[in-house]
Each structure stands twice: as structure tokens, then as C-alpha cells.
Design a binder for this molecule. Sequence first.
Ligand code: M6P
Ligand code: ZN
Length: 193
Amino acid sequence: MNLKKEDYPVTVLYDFDLGEFSPKERSVARKVSDLSPMFHDKAATEALIKQGDPLVYEIFYYGFKTSLSDMALGTTRIQPGKVGDEYYMTKGHFHAAENQPEIYFCVKGQGNLLMQTIEGEFLAERWKVGTISHIPPMWAHRVVNTGNEPLVFVASYHLSAGHNYGPIEEKGFRKLLVERNGKPEFVLNEQWK
Ligand code: M6P
Ligand code: ZN
């Protein structure tokens, strides 16, 4: 076997206080403006963008690509916060490759994992530190931070799964997670038809 540089094992370290892995690899930052089609309160979205467009979440990727495999690790850190009454969340996506699953592991904070099929079957899992969720192929997935501290989760997936954001950008998930009397509550998403 002729080993190339990428065929050697890689080890990373998670910092429980920072909610970060080191060494960091590629990263992406998403602000309120990057999620403007997603939040239901358009006036609150515009107002926040004008006030400085705050950071909603960051993604760090470890694309452990070898000559034979493409098993990736992603860590996502969602800040606490809301747009209007709706909690900060990831955009949410289907996989472009329809046979691809994913594993999410909550390592900091609390919130919910929302999942939905293209036909509109909807499921939500309550998350606390230690929760591990398997997302089967064909289920869109989004994570919502309902706590007062950052929510961090680790994702394991194949890079070749890809992302399909289209259906979620268009009409979102069936239910929104909003704050009512200081507590998270699900309400129907009027945009979903
Ligand atoms: C996880 C993985 C990534 C994804 C990220 C944020 O780390 O599922 O593939 O990009 O979460 O989710 P989204 O792409 O929906 O913003
Ligand atoms: Zn995914």
C-alpha cells in the first residue's frame, strides 16, 4: 500500500470551555443576514441587520479526506439569541445525495433538533449535553439554540453528502420554535404549505 500524506490518522482536541476543536480547520460564519429567508419576523430581521448584523453561528470543518474515504467532522457553535421571538438556529438542509445520513452529538448547551421529510413529516428532539441523534437519509435537519449559552454540536457525515438548502429556504420547517412567556414553544409556520 502506497500511503499518501492524507492517508495518515488525524487527531483533534475538543476544548469544553471554549466549545471549539483545535486545530481549527476551515470555518464559516453565518450572520442574521445569511438567514434572512428563514426567520419568520421580517421586520425584526431587517432591524437586526441594520443594527450590525450579529453572528448567529460558526461551522468548523474537518474534511478527513483520504485516498479512499471522505468521512468529515463538523462542529457548529450557535450563539444564544433571538430574531423577534424566534430562537437562533442553523439554516437547515437536506443532503444533495439522497442516501446519506448524519450523526449529531450535542456537546454544549441545550435546544432542539428539527427534522422533516420533503412530504412534511415533522419530528423534533429535545437536546441537552450528551444527546446523540442519528439523522436518516431524506430528512432535513436544523438545530435551534433555546438556551442562554452557546449550543455546540459535533456532526459526522460524508463530504459527498452535500447540502440542499432549496426547500428549506423556500418554505422552512412546519413548526417554528419561539419564546412564549420566557419559554420555548412550537407554533405552526404559516409559510409552510
Ligand atoms: C453541521 C453539518 C454541516 C452543516 C452545519 C450547519 O456541522 O451538518 O454539514 O453545514 O451543521 O448547518 P447548515 O448547513 O444547515 O447551516
Ligand atoms: Zn447534514
